[in-house]
Ligand binder design. Sequence first.
Ligand code: DGI
Ligand code: FE
Ligand code: FE
Length: 196
Amino acid sequence: MTKEEVIGRMKKNLSLSRIDHIMRVVDTAQQLAERYGVDPERAEWAALLHDFYKWQDKDAYAAALETSGLSLDKETAASQELSHGWMAAEFMQSTLGIEDEEIYYAIATHTTGRSGMSLLEKVIYLADRVEPGRTHPGCEQLRSLAFRDLDRAVYIAMNQTLEYLLKNHAYIHPRTIEARNDLWRNITERKERIEG
Ligand code: DGI
Ligand code: FE
Ligand code: FE
């Protein structure tokens, strides 16, 4: 399947605003990829596919998840927000036949992040959060930080997510916490190296 065919498929199941978001993530991911020396082709595939399963039809989504054969933890399986990345990664592997572990995890964990993220994973995580359509408070600073200090930007974005989840009494996936603490460690160790 070509990228154009993937976009055609997405237009059947996603809202126009979601398609626009995806195209802006592709654009931002490519800019960040260039900045951090990440393969632009892999960044493009990951960005293009990351929200492939943000289907509007929730029943159709539930049915697709049911037949996917994915084994997800209970909370992930119960939430489209937490599972859509895993569904998209699986689609890439099984239907598109793209065997690439780094792209797989960049897509699968784009919502939570994870401990030990690669540069590509960080680029996709941040592109999703700072694409020009995102306008929440603090977004402008995060966007500029994303191009100056990748780890710190991912760390700040994860803290914002945690604040949002706590405020809304939402379930916090352990991967979200592990990802944030892993970045916290990177930054703290780096600071110690510079200062000590
Ligand atoms: O798909 P997008 O809207 O572009 O963005 P996303 O996939 O990064 O995030 C989707 C939602 O998932 C967003 O509202 C934040 C939420 N989320 C992120 N981490 C967690 C989470 N929701 C829960 N319940 N728990 C988490 O750990
Ligand atoms: Fe998403
Ligand atoms: Fe997204």
